[in-house]
Design a binder for this molecule. Structure first.
Ligand code: SAM
Length: 224
């Protein structure tokens, strides 16, 4: 359930050292957030590629989030690197309803990347309000993202792609950035992971489905 007792009252009340023990003596906060991370494929792919960046997945299903937690724990124990630097210490997960409690986890302008990968489509129009991209929620996402930060979206449902794109484009604090431009500024590794690393993305691939990608930059000053 969403009982508020299950949630930190603010990001300042989170003991990040329990999530990232190897970074306990630093001031670091999560910079990548994967909303509805499912089985964790994205962050587990990105963690070794960006070893200095803390990453947090949010997943509402209890068993799925527990699975991801176990997966991360196992990787921390079993993986070693040549220089004996810690592995997978920069990735963690919370069981949370991101649509209600995202601001409880992320302070203002703390995120550089926010991911919505293959979100639940909620096909019927009376269920569209359940979609994870909506004007109210975009204000929260803009608050958590730093200016210059990027929202990455991908889906195999064209109608949902168009919905997310139109809402993000209409919101004064986001502007569309095309894939080529993002790759040109060094986001290629992230975009490749967005397309191929998640469990849902792999399923779409097996079934020969399409993938609709869109990226958006959190701009500094609201457009008129
Ligand atoms: N992003 C993952 C992937 O690409 O493999 C999972 C995609 S799956 C279709 C959507 C996920 O979002 C599910 O695991 C679901 O439990 C989760 N989810 C749905 N609503 C959520 C919410 N309000 N907060 C957090 N997670 C949510």
């Amino acid at each position: 359930s969403d009982h508020s007792l299950d949630y930190p009252s603010s990001p300042q009340n989170i003991n990040w050292a329990t999530h990232y023990p190897a970074y306990a003596n630093t001031e670091k906060l999560p910079e990548f957030a994967d909303v509805g991370c499912g089985f964790g494929g994205l962050l587990i792919t990105l963690a070794p590629l960006f070893p200095d960046t803390l990453m947090l997945g949010m997943e509402i299903r209890v068993q799925v989030s527990q699975y991801v937690q176990d997966r991360i724990s196992a990787l921390r124990v079993t993986t070693t690197s040549d220089d004996s630097s810690p592995h997978y210490q920069n990735v963690s997960i919370v069981r949370a309803n991101a649509m209600k409690f995202l601001p409880n986890y992320f302070t203002k302008h703390s995120l550089s990347s926010l991911f919505f990968l293959f979100p639940d489509p909620h096909f019927k129009s009376r269920k569209h309000k359940a979609r994870i991209i909506s004007p109210t929620l975009l204000a929260e996402y803009a608050y958590a993202l730093r200016p210059g930060g990027i929202v990455y979206t991908i889906t195999d449902v064209k109608d949902l792609h168009e919905w997310m794109k139109s809402h993000l484009e209409a919101f004064p604090l986001f502007e569309s950035v095309d894939e080529e431009a993002l790759r040109a500024e060094g986001k290629g590794l992230i975009i490749d992971a967005v397309y191929t690393s998640t469990e849902e993305g792999k399923k779409v691939e097996r079934n020969g489905g399409d993938k609709w990608f869109a990226g958006f930059r959190r701009i500094e000053v609201a457009r008129q």
